[in-house]
Design a protein around this ligand. Structure first.
Ligand SMILES: [Cu+2]
Length: 67
C-alpha cells in the first residue's frame, strides 16, 4: 500500500470533497480517500492496480488537479 497527501486548490465545499471521494474510490485499488475542505488536502491510500499517475489523471479529469 502507498499513501500520499496532496493539496487540491479547487476544493471549496463539501460537494467537492464528495465528488473527489466518489471518483477516486471508483478506481480499483484505491482503499482510502480523505479530503478536508479547510486545508484543501486530500489523502489517498492505494495499491495495485491503481497508480499515482492514474489518481492524478482522475483528479485532473474532474477538474480538481493537485497543485
Ligand atoms: Cu465544492
Amino acid at each position: 500500500m502507498e499513501q500520499r497527501t496532496v493539496h487540491v486548490p479547487n476544493i471549496s465545499c463539501g460537494h467537492c470533497v464528495m465528488r473527489i471521494q466518489k471518483a477516486l474510490e471508483a478506481l480499483e485499488g484505491v482503499v482510502r480517500v480523505e479530503a478536508d475542505v479547510n486545508s484543501k488536502e486530500v489523502t489517498i491510500e492505494w495499491g495495485p492496480p491503481a497508480t499515482w499517475e492514474r489518481i492524478v489523471a482522475t483528479l485532473t479529469e474532474i477538474d480538481y488537479p493537485p497543485g
